[in-house]
Design a protein around this ligand. Structure first.
Ligand SMILES: [Zn+2]
Length: 315
């Protein structure tokens, strides 16, 4: 069962370029010497599939991983400045058994973060130990925890966040979902909500939100089991595996905006070789197109097309 930990992704570190990005509007330090020797490492921790029936969360997670290990300029910049720890499957036994929500022993693991047992909730126990260990390491700054789920009644992608007494912290928490909403046409900020319901007390997002300090943000990322509506339209677009993975890529890309790393990508941009002759695009039956590109207002077209010239817009 400890095999779940093998899924953690640790891209090879490279020494940072020593660039000071100045102070961000959020009041957070903008120094990005993250991976320089001895410097504090900024860590993004992502988990998925704690609920075994929520298969879309695995596609979103796959999209994040595939993008982060790619040679895309944005991925290279993200790897140079942040450390991503990913446990893509917190409930492998439940997945193997085909359970919808519980583990082998019948526990909803996402209600046991407060006191996970190494015997009854071993994967949760292991991941929590790692998170607490990183939190206590003075050389590590655990900045994000995102737990990926799928929702059976809501549409679109959206997030749950926490409520804090500190108004500024509460406001800062809204930044990441707002940025994600700008990057992902299927992500809805209006469906994103912040709560402290008693019933969610044992979830990763709630527990870690209480444990980690004011520089850390904890979210549940939910994605619909079935469809999404793009802003300004009314028709529901059925989710596909590719659309889930695209949401994952957009989640990864949003860290670029959050940490103001866009100038670093422009430096890496390699001009595309000029084609000798433009070839006409092969005909594609309308029914076989990416559903997101079928919108007459061009919104879907714009966002789903690949832009080779602008490295900050890979999707
Ligand atoms: Zn869930």
């Amino acid at each position: 069962m400890s095999a779940v930990m093998k899924g953690i992704l640790e891209p090879g570190y490279t020494k940072g370029g020593g660039r000071d990005m100045g102070k961000q509007e959020t009041g957070r330090p903008g120094n990005l010497d993250n991976l320089q020797e001895g410097a504090e490492q900024k860590v993004v921790f992502i988990t998925g599939r704690v609920h075994p029936g929520e298969t879309p969360s695995s596609f979103v997670c796959q999209g994040i991983i595939d993008f982060l290990v790619s040679q895309h300029p944005i991925a290279r910049v993200l790897r140079d400045h942040l450390v991503f720890k990913i446990a893509p499957m917190l409930n492998p036994d439940g997945v193997y058994l085909g359970n919808y929500r519980c583990s082998l022993m019948g526990f909803d693991l996402n209600r046991h973060w407060l006191d996970p047992s190494p015997w009854a909730h071993p994967t949760l126990h292991g991941v929590k130990q790692l998170i607490v260990q990183m939190y206590n390491d003075p050389k590590t700054s655990l900045e994000f925890y995102i737990d990926i789920h799928a929702h059976s009644t809501m549409m679109n992608g959206f997030m749950y966040g926490n409520i804090f007494e500190d108004e500024e912290r509460f406001q800062r928490q809204a930044i990441f979902p707002k940025l994600l909403c700008q990057n992902a046409e299927d992500f809805s900020y209006s469906s994103t909500s912040f709560n402290r319901d008693a019933v969610k007390a044992g979830t990763g997002r709630r527990f870690l939100g209480g444990l980690l300090d004011h520089t850390s943000y904890c979210y549940t990322l939910e994605v619909s089991f079935y469809s999404y509506i793009i802003g300004g339209t009314t028709a529901a677009v059925p989710y596909t595996e590719e659309a889930y993975m695209k949401l994952g890529r957009n989640v990864a890309r949003t860290f670029l905006d959050y940490y103001h790393l866009n100038p670093m990508v422009e430096k890496l941009a390699i001009p595309m070789p000029r084609l000798r002759k433009e070839k006409p695009l092969p005909y594609k039956h309308p029914l076989l197109r990416d559903p997101a590109s079928n919108y007459p207002n061009g919104k879907g077209d714009k966002k789903s097309s690949v832009n080779h010239k602008d490295p900050s817009n890979p999707f």
